[in-house]
Every structure is written in C-alpha cells, then in structure tokens.
Ligand binder design. Structure first.
Ligand code: SRM
Ligand code: SF4
Length: 579
C-alpha cells in the first residue's frame, strides 16, 4: 500500500529553496523598476523582521491612475521584554523621523514597529536599527518571535532574573543563518553560507510562528496563556524556584472556519530556572517535527496538541527533555492589564507607567507624546542613571528606575506635553487595546487603531449613563479575527468583519484565564452600542460587589454558547473555575 505524503503549503517550498532565508532578496532590493519585492521574498523578508505592505487608503486611487500600489515596509524589532536605554530610544525616534512615518508604534508583544519605509531605504533603516544595538532578526516569520516578559519590575531582583532568563532564551532561539548579516549588514559570505546548521529549527524552520512569554504573578500582563509556550515564575520566600510551563496558547482564527479557533494554553508542569532553554528546545523541536505543514491555518502548536492529545505531547516533550516534568506549583493571577502611574521600586527608584493609546507614539495637536519622551530620553542619555524605557505587553510605556530626584522633572514634562492620560482617562480607555489594522495591515477587514478613540468615547457615554464611569472593563479591538490585540481575552471585544462591521465578543475574565464568546455577529456601531447599553444597565443594577463585567455576563447567563473550544486552565481557584 502506498502512502501519499501530504501536499505541503507553498511557503514550505519557498523556505526549502531559500538557502537559509536568502532567496532573491538581494536581487529584489536592487530592482529599481518597482517598489515591491518578488513574491517569494515577501515570505522570506518576514524572518528578517519586515513585511511588505501598501497604503490601503490609496489603493483605489492608484489603481484608477494605473499606478502600482503604494508599497512600503513595516519593520519590527526583536527586543526581549521590550527594554531600551534612553540612547536607544533617541536613535529609534530619529529612525522613525528619517526613514518611517514619523511615529513609533509599540506593539502588543513589547516591540517597536516602524511603518512606511520605502524599499530604497530599507537597508539603511535596518543598518540604523542595528547601529542602535537592536536587531530585527526573527521578529516575524516561522520561528520564535519576540519573547515577552512581565513589564513592571515590582520585585526588582526577581524580575531581573526572569528578564535574564527570557533574554537568554531569545538569544538561544535565534536562527543561526547568516542571511540577515549578509543581506542587510554587508557581512562577507563565508564557506557554508546558505547551508548553515540550524540545530533547533532545521532546514525548513517551524511550520508557523512561535511565541513565548514569561509572567510574574500576580500580574498576567503578558497574557501568558495566549502563547505557544509560557513560563509562569514560581516565587517562594523571595526566591525564584523556577517556572510553571504552559503550552499551546494561540488566538488566530478565520471567520467561518470552525476548525480554526483561539485557544488558551494548558499547564504542562514545573521546571527549574536553569532548564528553561532545555524545555523550550524540547517543545519547539516537537512542534517542528509534528506540526502541520500542509495548511498554514492549521499549523500552530495549539492544533498539534489538540490533534494528538496533551498526554501524547507531554510524553514526547519529556522524552526530548530527558526527564519527566515535575507537577506544576499553584499560582494566582490578579489581572492582565498594566498598573498605571508611579510605583515605588527599590533603592529609592520608582517606575512610571504611561498610557500610550493603541501604542502609537506621535505628536498630535497638544498631545506631543513623541516630543515628551524625546525630552526625557535626552535628559538621561549618556548618563549613568540607569533609567530605562520598557514597553509593556499592552502597548504602553514604562519609564523604569527613575532616581527620586528626577521624578518631579519627569512629571512636569509629562504634564506639559499632555502625556498624563494615566491621571485623567477612564479605566476603560486606559486598558483598551487596538491592533494596527488599516491602513497598513493587509489583512484588516475593519478599522481598529484609528477607531479606538471614538469608539471608547461612545462607550464612556454609556458608562456615564449607568453610573459606571470608574468600572475597569477591558476593551479590545481587532480589525480581523487574527487577534493581534488579543481580543479573545477582552471583556468586550470587537473583531472586524467588514468596513464598519464587527463581531461583538463578550465575557473574558480580567486575568487572561477565560476566553470570551461570540455574542452578536456582523453588527454595526449602532447595534453594538445598543447591545452594550442594555448589558451595562443590567450590570449596574444586578452585579455583585466588585464583580467584573465579564464575570457578571457569564454568571448572569447572558452569553450564548461558545462557538469554539474553551480550554479551562487547571490551576484556577475554585471560585473562578466556577465561572
Ligand atoms: Fe499579529 C499578522 C500586527 C501581535 C496574531 N500581525 C499580523 C500582521 C503582520 C499582518 C500580516 O500578516 O500581513 C500585522 C501587521 C500590521 C501592521 O500594519 O503593522 C500584525 N500583531 C501585530 C501587532 C503589531 C499588533 C499591535 O497592534 O500591536 C503585534 C506585533 C507583535 C510583535 O511585536 O511581535 C501583533 N498578532 C499579535 C498577537 C498578540 C500576541 O502575540 O500576544 C496575535 C495573537 C496571538 C497568536 O499569535 O495566536 C497575533 N498576527 C496574528 C495572526 C494570526 C496567527 C494565527 O495563528 O492564526 C496573523 C496572521 C498570520 O500569521 O497569518 C498576524
Ligand atoms: Fe491586521 Fe488582523 Fe492583526 Fe489587526 S488583527 S493587525 S487587522 S492581522
């Protein structure tokens, strides 16, 4: 009996033929006839941290004028834990002004994105980023992406250890190909160029993107259960004992295809801190060898685990790890948002978390956020104050390790440039997330980032009407079901279906441990607001003390049946599990 091998997705062929991710990128860059790069290269360039895009606002106009689309490139950094020095901040700011659209975009995975870089300047831009000692290797593509780390260094020593483990893992999982250095940084080719040994990824890399996050309870700001692989720090008596390991989280889905779904990670077991790289290698190589390579919509680790079973997955990982995993330790998360304002640290240092709406650092009217942060960075560049900028996983920015004598000056700059939203905005606005969507994202079906401010104002009016202005409700907007703002973990979420139309999702918890559910499909703004009006009225009248909106909706039986699988998280306290 002959067994036919499954047909591989075309991207597998592109990777195989690419000579370790080189493809024809050099030729594409040299081609002056078009602002685009060759089709196959559009896949490969992702591994180098860039996407080819076009300005969707201009598509029709340019088509009518018989012009090619307005191509440009998005560039994303690899920046474990999102930490940069003031000097690096200034360099990235200068790059945004010189080569990109003049804004810095902080992402939901603690990275910077530049938008609008033209092909002719792509290489100079990447060189400038590298000159700031930041790279973009593996920020996108079928490899491990930017490693997230809890942003708020409340328990400083331990946070530093967790950060070090994450940074170390990010380095360990970096592809070994020299393609990036040859193409963008003019490194000379050496023997073996194009055939480098990739001990973790192999010659065709992973079936799909892979995401890792480190959480430090009680904050789940990284949304650890939305990652392929998560590490939850286990701290006892002020010591970092190791990590609970969670696997198989992922949020992307496709409208109308129930075989695709968001899924929360399962708890696998506990490992000591010095085994982080080893367990990651065991998990990733299992996914490399068993993950689907035929259909890219069914290729993330979550599907490998669901298709083969968690028990099978665990034993395969343990075989590769060389030992059974120890049982997971109890843990407890309080919430998955950021903690705004000043927080006292150790040794007279303090940390200030600032709200950056939808992560877009820009100068707009009196809100001169870019200028404010430039000023703060200038004051602290080239001095030994230890002040750092830390991107949060919720698109916000933390100014960390501020010496006490500098606090007043920072407060002044922040106020003067109207960067003090954290003092004035409602909890709804402070905690809201929106993905980039239009005009740059090729996959957007509806607005998200550009719609967030207006939509929030309209929901705030409803909150006022029902006396709920101070309710801390997590709102998340995504322009399509891929879920880049982690909308499936929002108490209220909009997921784009078509221009002006969204699926209204409701009922996640505020700790990142319960997915929300589809409540109304393909509705417009008026329908969304009418639905929320009704539900907020009930919430105001019927909620139990301190009950969060998502929990209320579930317990009051408001929500329809889930249309996709909901994975319970095993170590919830009994009260939360009941929801
Ligand atoms: Fe994402 C694709 C933006 C976090 C799931 N994401 C994209 C692309 C590159 C569109 C594309 O493929 O052409 C978007 C670029 C938009 C633009 O113009 O900049 C994009 N994703 C983003 C960012 C910038 C959203 C933001 O507003 O901050 C985030 C960058 C993170 C980073 O720094 O690495 C971003 N994306 C996420 C997250 C959240 C997370 O990782 O915590 C998710 C859900 C978690 C997950 O991966 O399951 C996410 N993005 C996706 C998917 C769906 C993947 C799937 O398994 O189905 C796609 C589409 C794809 O890969 O085919 C996607
Ligand atoms: Fe684009 Fe969809 Fe991601 Fe939003 S969720 S950035 S629209 S891929």
């Amino acid at each position: 009996m002959s067994v036919t091998a499954p047909v591989l997705s075309p991207v597998e062929g592109i990777k195989t033929r690419s000579r370790r991710l080189r493809g024809t990128l050099l030729e594409s860059l040299a081609n002056e006839v078009t602002g685009a790069i060759a089709d196959d290269d559009t896949q490969l360039i992702k591994f180098h941290g860039s996407y080819m895009q076009d300005d969707r606002d201009l598509r029709e106009e340019r088509r009518a004028a018989k012009l090619e689309p307005d191509y440009s490139f998005m560039i994303r950094t690899r920046l474990p834990g999102g930490v940069v020095t003031p000097e690096q901040w200034l360099k990235l700011d200068a790059i945004a002004q010189r080569y990109a659209n003049g804004t810095l975009r902080l992402t939901t995975r603690q990275a910077f994105q530049f938008h609008g870089v033209i092909k002719r300047e792509l290489k100079s831009t990447l060189q400038a980023i590298n000159a700031a000692l930041i790279d973009t290797i593996a920020a996108c593509g079928d490899v491990n992406r930017n490693v997230m780390v809890a942003a708020n260094p409340l328990v400083s020593d331990l946070h530093a250890q967790v950060y070090a483990d994450a940074a170390n893992l990010s380095e360990f999982l970096k592809p070994k190909t020299r393609a990036y250095y040859e193409i963008w940084l003019d490194e000379e080719k050496v023997a073996g160029s194009g055939e480098e040994y990739e001990p973790i990824y192999g010659a065709v890399y992973l079936p799909r993107k892979f995401k890792v996050a480190f959480a430090v309870p009680p904050l789940n700001d990284v949304d650890v259960f939305a990652n392929d692989l998560g590490f939850i720090a286990v701290i006892e008596n002020g010591q970092l004992l190791g990590y609970n390991v969670v696997v198989g989280g992922g949020l992307g889905a496709t409208h109308g295809e129930p075989a695709t779904y968001p899924r929360l990670a399962d708890v696998l077991g506990f490992v000591a801190a010095d085994r982080v790289n080893a367990i990651a290698e065991a998990v990733i190589t299992t996914q490399r060898d068993f993950g689907g390579r035929a259909d890219r919509k069914h290729a993330r680790l979550k599907y490998t685990i669901d298709d083969r079973g968690l028990d099978w997955f665990k034993s395969e990982v343990e075989r590769r790890f060389g030992a059974p995993l120890r049982p997971a330790r109890p843990f407890r998360f309080e919430h998955n948002g950021d903690r705004f304002g000043w927080v006292e640290g150790r040794n007279g240092r303090a940390h200030l978390t600032l709200r950056i709406e939808a992560g877009r650092v820009a100068d707009r009217g009196e809100q001169r956020h870019l200028s404010a942060l430039r000023k703060i960075a200038q004051l602290h560049a080239n001095e030994d104050s230890g002040l750092e900028f830390r991107l949060t996983p919720n698109q916000n920015l933390l100014i960390a390790n501020v010496p006490s004598e500098d606090r007043a000056e920072i407060d002044e700059i922040v106020a003067e440039h109207h960067l003090d939203l954290y003092r004035t905005a409602t909890p709804l606005r402070l905690n809201a997330l929106a993905c980039v969507a239009l005009p740059t994202c090729a996959l957007a079906m509806a607005e998200a980032e550009r719609y967030l401010p207006d939509f929030t104002t309209k929901v705030e009016a409803l909150l006022d009407k029902h006396g709920l202005r101070d309710a801390r409700i997590h709102l998340r907007l995504s322009g399509c079901p891929n879920g880049c703002s982690r909308p499936y973990l929002g108490e209220i979420a909009l997921i784009g279906k078509a221009p002006g139309r969204y699926n209204l999702m409701l009922g996640a918890d505020v700790r990142g441990q319960r997915l929300n559910r589809l409540h109304r499909e393909n509705v417009d703004e008026a329908q969304i607001l009418a639905t929320l009006d009704e539900l907020l009225a009930r919430y105001a009248a019927e909620r139990a003390d301190a009950q969060a909106f998502g929990d209320f909706l579930v317990r009051a039986g408001v929500l329809a049946e889930a249309h996709y699988k909901v994975i319970p998280v095993t170590l919830l306290e009994p009260s939360a599990a009941a929801a």
